[in-house]
Design a protein around this ligand. Structure first.
Ligand code: LIP
Length: 264
C-alpha cells in the first residue's frame, strides 16, 4: 500500500472510533480504572475504542503489527506497525473537555508514513502522509515561523508520576518568564496538531509514550516544524521538543540546563 492508501484506511478507522466515542461518552465514561498512578485513568471507552480500531486494522491488514496504549504490542509478520492511542487526553474526555483525540499512525520499517488525529469533539481531523504535507480537512497546514522565544506561546504536558510532576513544575517556572505564555491542553496529540495549525508556537514534554506523538508528530513535521529530543537525540518517549527551526534551537538551549540527566 502507498502512504496515501495507508492514510485513507487510518482516517476511516479513526473517524469510526471518534463517532463511537462521541455517541457513547455520556453513558459509559463513568467506568474508570487507574493505571500507573492514581491520576492515570483509563475508561471502559478507551478499551472499547482500541478494540474497535484493532478489529478494523486486522480485518484489512491481518498480518500487521499493532502497538496500542491499552493492549500493548500485537505480534505479526509484516514490516508494518500501527501505533494507536484510542483516546489521547483521557482526563479531558472524562471531564467533558473538548481536547481529546483518537490517534492512529502507520509505521513502515521503523518510519512513520501516515498519521491521523481525530479531535472528534471539535469535529477536526488532522492528517499527514510522509512527503504530502499536513492537513486539517481540506486546509494545508503550516506551523508559525520566525517567532522569537520571548513571543512564543508554548504548550507542554505533565506525566502522571508525582515526583516527575514536581520537577516538571520547576521547569515550567523557569520557562514561563521567558515566553509569551504557557498552555497545558491535556493531550499531546492535540498539542502537536495545534502547533501544526499555528495555534501555538512550540511544544515540549518529558515522559510521554509513542502512541501520544506517533501520528501528531508527522502532522507537525509535515507542517514545517522540527521534532526531536534534547542534545541531538531523536524524539522518543523520554523527550519531545517541537517548533519551527530557529525557535526550536532557542527553546532547546533554554531547556537543556533545566533537564539534567535524571529520571524526571
Ligand atoms: C496523556 C497526554 C498528555 C500528557 C500525559 C499523557 P493519555 O495521554 O497526551 O498531554 O501530558 O502525560 O501521556 O493518558 O491521555 O492518553
Amino acid at each position: 500500500m502507498t502512504e496515501l492508501e495507508f492514510l485513507r484506511l487510518a482516517e476511516e478507522i479513526a473517524r469510526e472510533a471518534g463517532d463511537m466515542l462521541l455517541a457513547k461518552r455520556p453513558t459509559m465514561s463513568g467506568e474508570i480504572e487507574t493505571k500507573s498512578s492514581p491520576t492515570d485513568v483509563v475508561t471502559a471507552l478507551d478499551k472499547a475504542s482500541e478494540e474497535l480500531i484493532r478489529e478494523r486494522i486486522l480485518a484489512a491488514r491481518p498480518a500487521d503489527r499493532i502497538l496500542g496504549e491499552e493492549g500493548g504490542e500485537e505480534p505479526g509478520e509484516s514490516d508494518v506497525r500501527w501505533i494507536v492511542d484510542p483516546i489521547d487526553g483521557t482526563v479531558n474526555f472524562l471531564y467533558g473537555l473538548p481536547d481529546w483525540a483518537v490517534s492512529i499512525a502507520v509505521e513502515v520499517r521503523g518510519e512513520i508514513v501516515a498519521g491521523v488525529v481525530n479531535v472528534a469533539p471539535r469535529g477536526e481531523v488532522f492528517t499527514a502522509a510522509r512527503g504530502h504535507g499536513a492537513w486539517l480537512g481540506p486546509q494545508r497546514l503550516r506551523c508559525n515561523t520566525g517567532v522569537p522565544l520571548s513571543q512564543a506561546l508554548v504548550s507542554t504536558g505533565f506525566g502522571y508520576d508525582k515526583n516527575r510532576r514536581a520537577v516538571q513544575g520547576e521547569v515550567v517556572a523557569q520557562v514561563l518568564p521567558r515566553v509569551r505564555d504557557i498552555r497545558r491542553g491535556g493531550s499531546c496529540a492535540v498539542d502537536l496538531c495545534s502547533l501544526a495549525a499555528g495555534r501555538v508556537d512550540a511544544y515540549y514534554e518529558r515522559g510521554i509514550n509513542h502512541w501520544d506523538f506517533a501520528a501528531a508528530g508527522l502532522v507537525a513535521t509535515e507542517s514545517g516544524a522540527r521534532l526531536a529530543g534534547l542534545n541531538g537525540r531523536p524524539v522518543s518517549p523520554d523527550y519531545a521538543l517541537c517548533a519551527a527551526p530557529g525557535l526550536f534551537e532557542e527553546l532547546h538551549d533554554l531547556l537543556v540546563p533545566l533537564n539534567p540527566e535524571r529520571d524526571a
